[in-house]
Design a protein around this ligand. Sequence first.
Ligand SMILES: [Zn+2]
Length: 356
Amino acid sequence: MRRNDAIHKPLTWTVALGIGLTMVTSSPAEASPERGCAPASSGIDLGGLVETVGALDIGQILGEVDVVACDLVGVPIELPGGLEVPIPAAGESVTIAVDDSGGTSQVETVMTDADGVLHHASDSHGAAGHGGSAALGLPPMGSPRAQPGTTETTSEDSQRCNDPENAAYGYRWMSDSVPFSVNGSERRPDGVSSATLGSTAGTAAERWNEGSNSCGLSGAPSQLNLVHEGSTSRDANISGSSCTARDGRNVVDWGPHSGSVYGVTCFWAYSSGEIVEFDLRMDSSDREYALDADSCSDQVVLIAGVMHEFGHATGMAHVTERGEGDLTMSPSTTRCDDSAALLGYGDHLGIMDLYG
Ligand SMILES: [Zn+2]
């Protein structure tokens, strides 16, 4: 069942609330007030924007200004929490998910509409939790329920296999396949081989494609086909907690993140709801990964973190954090907890709803 015409819109769009431009390092062309760049009501000369942007709070103005006419497409804007994305072209959006093993994960979307008006939405899931799908205004899910179990379940599974919560951003892949390549060599953490990230990403992609879960649920999302195309020397279009300009290639790599951020995923989409690119960067700085839970000692289990990031890359949003053994799309990945290496009940419902 395709549901392109019924994409969830769980996020409440606000017009550029709280967005301020950061320093511009390159110089876009001069703004053109005669093209509607500076609204008469604002009383602000946007012709000088490029020079003063670092100190100017233009949050409300961005909602009125044609960012295309003002040559602001591609200019980085700072979002809550220090996240940063370039202003998208008209009819496009960019979503950044910054995942933190300390429970302060954050997701922000910035969209430029056909009139060049900038919009911003925050996914407020995180340490505080929330009411779940219902609070996001999602309709009841119609995906398959758990089948009578033929699979052994653990105590962790009893939590994640009874939690139906799931959420999506309103964006999905619409192409027959989603090819991605992996740069597992550069910037990799100590003690991790150059093949590790590629094999782990390949496993994660396959598990989302197959709907692989620890709950005995049947059904695979027939319209999701993430394809690992091998290694690359390209880098993800990610720098710290920022999405950079996209290059049309889906790339998974290692790179330094700050604090206890273990993974960042950026995806770009059209206003039709179609995702057109994702990039995914796992943290390489000051952190040891455990390749499995058995050998883990206060570390992030790599496959669990990569599974969560690939969930974002498919368009899956966060659900309530419930602690150890909760859903793969909960905001925090508990150290040494590898339960997120397979989907839980809500994860399976969500991916089937997007791609079933
Ligand atoms: Zn996340």
